[in-house]
Design a protein around this ligand. Structure first.
Ligand SMILES: CC(C)(COP(=O)(O)OP(=O)(O)OC[C@H]1O[C@@H](n2cnc3c(N)ncnc32)[C@H](O)[C@@H]1OP(=O)(O)O)[C@@H](O)C(=O)NCCC(=O)NCCS
Length: 405
């Protein structure tokens, strides 16, 4: 079998969507199909062809993702599929090799993705860099709070025109937490505020007077209850951003107060969400699941480490293992601190031996390296080296990703 790895032309996008449905066992609605066509048409697309037949695809969004202290160009992988007739023959591996070549050419320091299965991407150097909590509020009664909610008024916005109002709040929040992507208008309409009749209308609620900068907002859908089964109505929150705890409290209290519903669910919130602290009754606000959210790959380890900010000075020699991208593999001297960082090849004995996937897991500050030393995944050769690196990697807020792409 000869498989040719090459770019997927625009004319093959429909074939690519059919392959996606085949691999994910899905049947898209007309709206979804149209939206996916638009999204895929704007992605970089690498295909695996058996003759003229497309049997594999890796697509990539080109966006910037927030890292501690700034933003970095990132290839956000999406539509990763191989036909069931061609699986486990190295097709994905070959497409990713082409992806790395393109990342290097485009100066994309990072790559990230949401994984359908946790077992797939570690071997390619991806680590789970953010953790997600699924949260559920029992809203059969008013939300009990330990703080006073922001008293400013709430108002609903037309989703078609909401992006301009929400944009500055989102931008401010993404700079406070690493792992969040920069959005343009197309991203807002395709991924955050899609007009999708099958899913029911999207609602946008904003805190604050018209014309003033919002204190926060929530994007949600209301699912009606069922009169026959007596299943309660549910509020599904896809995004909630707030300047501070009082603003967040006002928005959560609103969502929990909507008539004819008795449950609020948010599919992914950060583990340090203030809601989990200011809720007066943790039996009312429950974490229903905990999962690896954004998978991150440091495509250029040196560029990634020197581009982020550092909370404390650190001077360590890292023995980095990277079985996929040889330029990252080797021994490097990292000096970093509040004034910047340098990362240079060295012959000095290493303080830590770390696989590139573990480095990615810790890079945004979400997982302490010390935890991975304790798990036997990172080798600490100089006692205290992991603690020192952790103090430097630490961020005030945990990284967070919730974009469903
Ligand atoms: C996941 C998928 C893209 C893998 O493609 P593939 O061409 O079979 O992958 P490769 O042959 O290049 O596999 C490379 C290695 O990863 C392993 N691997 C691939 N998919 C895996 C999975 N789902 N679970 C565990 N290991 C997996 C292979 O066993 C192989 O290991 P080896 O090098 O030790 O032999 C393909 O199975 C698929 O399309 N699945 C359904 C859709 C999906 O889940 N896509 C991923 C979305 S994030």
């Amino acid at each position: 079998m000869t498989i040719d790895i090459r770019a997927i032309p625009g004319a093959d996008v429909e074939q690519a969507l059919a392959l996606t449905e085949l691999a994910f066992h899905s049947k898209e609605s007309e709206d979804e199909r149209e939206r996916n066509h638009k999204v895929l048409a704007t992605c970089e697309r690498i295909g695996a062809y058996d003759g003229d037949t497309l049997v594999g695809m890796v697509a990539a969004h080109r966006f910037e993702v927030s890292v501690p202290g700034g933003d970095l160009p990132c290839a956000g992988l999406d539509f990763v599929v191989v036909a069931p007739t061609h699986r486990r023959r190295g097709v994905l591996s070959r497409m990713l090799d082409e992806q790395w070549r393109r990342c290097a050419a485009a100066g994309q320091v990072l790559s990230c993705l949401w994984s359908s299965e946790s077992a797939i991407y570690g071997r390619f150097g991806y680590g789970p860099a953010t953790e997600g909590y699924g949260v559920e509020i029992d809203s059969a009664r008013p939300l009990a709070l330990r703080i006073d909610p922001d008293p400013r008024p709430l108002r609903l916005l037309d989703p078609a025109r909401a992006a301009a109002v929400l944009g500055p709040t989102y931008a401010a929040q993404r700079s406070r937490r690493a792992g969040r992507i920069a959005r343009d208008d197309d991203w807002w309409s395709a991924h955050v505020l899609p007009d999708d009749e099958d899913e029911g209308p999207i609602r946008v609620v904003v805190l604050g007077e018209p014309g003033a900068a919002p204190g926060g907002y929530a994007v949600y859908r209301a699912e009606a209850g069922d009169d026959v089964t007596r299943a309660p109505g549910v509020i599904e929150v896809s995004e909630l951003e707030a300047d501070d705890a009082a603003a967040a409290a006002a928005l959560w209290a609103y969502l929990a107060s909507i008539d004819l519903t008795s449950k609020v669910v948010a599919w992914v919130r950060p583990p340090d969400d203030p809601l989990l602290s200011f809720a007066a009754d943790r039996d009312q606000v429950r974490v229903t699941r905990q999962f690896p959210a954004l998978w991150l790959r440091l495509v250029d380890v040196g560029a990634a480490l020197t581009a982020r900010s550092w909370a404390a000075p650190v001077d360590v020699v890292l023995d980095v293992r990277d079985g996929v991208l040889p330029a990252n593999h080797g021994r490097f001297h990292l000096t970093a601190g509040p004034d910047g960082a340098t990362y240079e090849a060295t012959e000095a004995p290493p303080d830590l031996t770390v696989d590139v996937r573990e480095l990615a897991t810790c890079y945004l500050g979400g997982t302490p390296l010390g935890r991975l030393v304790a798990a036997g995944l990172v080798t600490e050769r100089t006692p205290g080296a992991a603690d020192r690196l952790d103090a430097a990697l630490r961020t005030p807020l945990l990284p967070y990703a919730h974009e469903d792409y």
